[in-house]
Design a protein around this ligand. Structure first.
Ligand SMILES: Cc1cc2nc3c(=O)[nH]c(=O)nc-3n(C[C@H](O)[C@H](O)[C@H](O)COP(=O)(O)O)c2cc1C
Length: 211
């Protein structure tokens, strides 16, 4: 299913096509090489000081069912309702300390880990997969179950898999699945030259000015 972003100028096709889908095919495993491709895409993300602070744990329902079930169990009830059909779950975790000094906080770690996660979502779409990030999960339980050390912080779980039948979703999720993708106007979050000076994108497009 296509849910193209509506943009004022043409943007990269993959970025326009990516969205957070919920209808996964429960019977179609993700090929091993595609799992590796997701990791490679994240691996080549930029990072402050080339720290590569991201860590990912991958669970595959088709090859490690017991571990997958444990990971699935930490999801919030709402997320469980649709994520149960996703054959892959991926935890996105940041190393909060510098490699050279474990006492000091790397404040860019979440920023860089987010960039690595975005690379994964985009790579997934390029391979015909859906990737849906979730903050709705119990990070404390995840830590306990998978012995994640204290200085590493789980930020998201990502459900990944092939597109499935939206009729298998509960009505409220089905409506969301069919609804339009929305964003705030450009001028609300994007500024030009001064803080809170809205980007006047129509003027920029038409005559290269912002005044
Ligand atoms: C860090 C993060 C956490 C999210 N948590 C959830 C979640 O727990 N459950 C959910 O259904 N969607 C979750 N989402 C998906 C967002 O709701 C979605 O990205 C947003 O509505 C924009 O839609 P789009 O990704 O289709 O453009 C999360 C997204 C991000 C980036």
């Amino acid at each position: 299913m296509e849910k193209l972003a509506k943009t004022s100028v043409k943007i990269n096709d993959l970025i326009a096509r990516r969205w957070s889908a919920r209808a996964f095919d429960p019977n179609k495993p993700v090929e091993g090489w595609k799992i590796v491709a997701l990791c490679e895409a994240s691996r080549w993300a930029p990072s402050c000081g080339a720290e590569e602070p991201w860590r990912f744990i991958i669970w595959d329902k088709f090859s490690s069912e017991i571990e997958y079930s444990k990971a699935f169990d930490v999801l919030d009830e709402g997320n469980k309702k649709w994520a149960r059909n996703a054959p892959l779950l991926i935890a996105v975790i940041a190393d909060t300390r510098w490699r050279s000094n474990r006492e000091a906080t790397n404040k860019w770690a979440p920023f860089d880990t987010g960039a690595a996660a975005m690379a994964l979502y985009l790579q997934a779409f390029d391979l015909g997969l859906y990737a849906h990030p979730m903050a709705g999960f119990d990070a404390t339980r995840l830590r306990e179950l998978f012995q994640i050390p204290e200085d590493y912080e789980p930020f998201a779980m990502v459900a990944v898999g092939y597109p499935g039948n939206i009729d298998n979703l509960e009505t409220s999720y089905k409506e969301r699945e069919l609804g339009e993708r929305k964003r705030r106007p450009l001028g609300e979050n994007f500024f030009y030259a001064l803080w809170a000076n809205p980007l006047q994108y129509q003027k920029l497009i038409e005559d290269n000015t912002n005044v």
